[in-house]
Design a protein around this ligand. Structure first.
Ligand code: SAM
Length: 252
């Protein structure tokens, strides 16, 4: 009998597990140059408030060294915000699998004279190229749903955190306000791909982004995955009627 094939989701499609990363990489190679402007347009600027909530939860110190890893950090948005909020000894490492996204991030760092404090490393969230217990905090914003083996990424985040370090995951979630859910679906499946076509010349990539949100585990299930990876004091805070959730846990 042939061995059972491991499948996963790529948006609405079912694909072999080993194919997903390549498909995700194609999406982010295509959108890298327009990624930041599209974030503002698609979320009406709300992604800034969601990321601010993440930075508040990271709470980088003002007076002592602090090392953040921003996993699937793309163009460095979260890393820049954490460094901007922390003291002079706050450093951030952006790790992302996509060279195109990192290149945009490096240019942004140079333009804001932050190249010394925010560094960019190409790497897979499922096998982070860093030693055990290297970071005080680990963040991942709108990245985890793109990773084929979420459990591996959570185990890796746990491994690179120091004891006492905090993990924070910002991700699209499920809307729990009656009425808003239908409006959100209409907007997501109609307006966002059209915006993608108009601004980035690419509707398909944005259709994937919307569909991947619907496939991501629900809040309770994801919290259970954090606990299974070893995180303690796991909690979850929802924002904007459940459109986004901020999950957190500690390595104790
Ligand atoms: N965190 C950034 C932000 O909030 O603006 C970027 C989020 S973007 C929606 C998702 C990112 O996940 C992309 O930059 C993509 O390259 C990255 N990514 C996808 N799979 C990955 C993997 N296995 N390891 C590391 N990064 C990955």
């Amino acid at each position: 009998m042939p061995a059972a094939r491991d499948d996963t989701h790529f948006g609405r499609r079912t694909v072999p597990l080993q194919d997903k990363q390549g498909l995700v990489d194609d999406v982010f190679h295509k959108v890298a140059g327009r990624y930041d402007v599209m974030n503002d347009l698609m979320s009406f600027g709300l992604h800034r408030a969601w990321k601010d909530a993440l930075v508040t939860a990271v709470n980088p110190p003002k007076n002592h060294p602090f090392a953040l890893i921003d996993i699937a950090g793309g163009t460095g948005d979260v890393a820049f915000r954490v460094v901007g909020c922390g003291g002079a000894q706050t450093r951030a490492t952006v790790c992302d699998i996509n060279a195109g996204m990192l290149e945009v991030g490096r240019e942004r760092a140079a333009a804001h004279s932050l190249a010394g404090r925010v560094t960019f490393t190409e790497g897979n969230a499922e096998a982070l190229p860093f030693a055990d217990k290297s970071f005080d905090a680990a963040t991942i914003a709108f990245g985890i749903r793109n990773v084929p083996r979420i459990e591996r990424a959570l185990a890796e985040a746990y491994r690179v955190l120091r004891i006492g370090g905090k993990f924070l995951c910002l991700e699209f979630s499920s809307v729990d306000v009656p009425g808003l859910d239908r409006l959100y679906d209409l907007y997501s499946f109609n307006v966002i791909p059209a915006l993608g076509r108009a601004v980035a010349g690419d509707a398909e990539s944005y259709r994937y982004l919307v569909e991947s949100i619907r496939r991501f585990p629900k809040r309770e299930e994801f919290s259970a995955m954090l606990r299974a990876a070893g995180f303690a004091r796991v909690s979850c805070q929802t924002m904007t009627g459940g459109i986004v959730a901020l999950h957190s846990g500690w390595r104790l």
